[in-house]
Every structure is written in C-alpha cells, then in structure tokens.
Write a protein that binds this ligand. Structure first.
Ligand SMILES: NC(=O)c1ccc[n+]([C@@H]2O[C@H](COP(=O)([O-])OP(=O)(O)OC[C@H]3O[C@@H](n4cnc5c(N)ncnc54)[C@H](OP(=O)(O)O)[C@@H]3O)[C@@H](O)[C@H]2O)c1
Length: 223
C-alpha cells in the first residue's frame, strides 16, 4: 500500500508517515512544489489531506486536492479537520467545516478526523505562558497518537464514511503544567500576533476547545 500525504512536510504529516512506516506502509509527502497537480498522488491507494495552518481559503485547497485524487485514481481520502469545525467565530475552523462538506460529497471513499489541540504546541519543560485563561477546558492530542489513529484509519476498510473527534486527554493548560511540575500563566497577546491567532486566543479564553477521548481509545484499542 502507498499513501500520499498532501501538506505532508509539517509535524502532522511527519507523525502520520512515521506511524505508517511502523506498519510497513510506504508514504510520499507532497508540499508546495507539488501544487496544483499533485502528480505524486499517481499510484497511491489513499491520500491524507493536511491543509497548512491558517490557509486563507481551505475549501479551495481541499477542493483542488480532491480533484487531484480523482484525476490520479486515488479512491480513498482521509481529511485532517479540527475538533469543533463549525465555530462561526473562528474563520479557520469554519473553513474546515466547509471542507468537510466537500469531502463528504466528493464521491471518493472518505474518513474525516477532527484533532484536538496538539500537546506538542506546549513546551512542558518551562512555565507555560498563554494568552488565554489557563483554566479553560480543552481536549489535547499527542501527535504520536494522531499518527497511529491516522495509520489505522488509512489501512483498514471499516472507517469509510466515519468522522472521528480525536483527543488523548482532557483538561486545562493549568492541568498540563501541574502534571509536568511547572506553572501556567495568562499573558497579554503580543502586538505582532496575526488577526487569526488573536481571534483563536479570544475564543479559547472564553470557551477553551473541549474534545472527548473515547473515540481515540476505541481506535487505538488502548488508553
Ligand atoms: N496545531 C494544532 O494544535 C492543530 C490541531 C488540530 C488541527 N490542526 C491542523 O493541522 C494542520 C497543520 O498541520 P502542520 O502544522 O503539520 O502543517 P504546516 O506546518 O502548517 O504545513 C505543512 C505543509 O503545508 C504545505 N504548505 C504550506 N503553505 C502552503 C500553501 N500555501 N499551499 C499549499 N501547501 C502549503 C507545506 O509545504 P512545503 O512542504 O512546501 O513547506 C507543508 O507540506 C492545519 O490544518 C491545522 O488547522 C492543528
């Protein structure tokens, strides 16, 4: 089996490729230089679609990748969405909600994964300084768990038509810090922080981004 990972050179794609390699599955990472034809998808049995962070038009990026899958005979696609995609207050989440709709109507065999906030976004060897409430509720996802779940979904038939919210653990940034023996503190957003991130931090401050852990446990067959 061969899997094309579109947007595959970032930390997400690398985690998926590593987990596939453990299963003896070959993968090919596609980046900007492969756009828009994505010719390296030819000969792939499945594609894993990752949009770059804060892409200004994720539905267009996903539509183009779905068309490339069709063109190159890739019948199976797994789309890397996000936990709680339908959040009208956050345009980059809404872009994923619209992209999910494109995936579901693509005519390809599809699965959607909705990952929680990556644990690897936090350096637990230092005090955690975040521009939102450190007690806000979150689901957190370990990238190794994401890779394993993605590899499971890509290599088994029974996940077609499924949408899976993925989190390794729940809690707050304060809980993460306490577990790692460090501290957590809310800081002001810096003046150079882009608008999309500001909007995201404001949402996190008010509501966090909760996600559940049971689906990931079921997929991995372990806690
Ligand atoms: N961070 C989190 O906590 C979190 C949680 C849930 C979901 N996500 C989602 O995970 C994804 C980001 O994953 P990541 O951080 O691993 O990816 P990333 O580093 O943002 O992107 C990596 C890939 O995107 C390609 N790329 C960058 N700009 C592009 C453009 N304009 N057009 C086409 N391709 C482009 C890069 O190509 P090159 O190889 O050419 O550089 C690279 O292969 C996002 O969709 C994000 O919403 C993140």
């Amino acid at each position: 089996m061969r899997v094309g990972i579109v947007g595959g050179h970032g930390k997400t794609g690398r985690a998926v490729a590593a987990a596939l390699a453990v299963r003896g599955v070959e993968s090919v990472a596609l980046g900007r230089s492969d756009q828009p034809d994505l010719a390296a998808l030819a000969g792939c049995d499945a594609a894993y679609l990752v949009a770059p962070n804060f892409h200004p038009d994720e539905p267009a990026y996903v539509a183009s990748a779905l068309a490339a899958c069709e063109r190159h005979g890739v019948g199976r696609v797994v789309y890397h969405s996000v936990a709680s995609p339908y959040l009208p207050a956050m345009p980059h989440h809404l872009g994923k909600a619209r992209s999910e709709d494109l995936v579901r109507r693509s005519g390809l065999g599809w699965t959607i994964v909705q990952p929680a906030v990556y644990l690897q976004n936090f350096d637990l060897t230092r005090p955690l300084l975040v521009p939102y409430d450190v007690h806000a509720p979150f689901g957190f996802l370990d990238l190794a768990d994401l890779g394993e779940a993605a590899a499971t979904v890509l290599t088994e038939d029974r996940h077609e038509g499924a949408t899976y919210e993925l989190a390794s653990r729940t809690g707050s940034v304060a809980d993460l810090a306490a577990g790692a023996g460090t501290s957590a503190e809310r800081v002001e957003v810096g003046p150079d922080v882009p608008e999309g991130l500001r909007t995201m931090f404001a949402y996190y401050d008010a509501y966090g981004l909760p996600a559940g852990t049971l689906v990931l446990r079921a997929l991995l067959g372990r806690p």
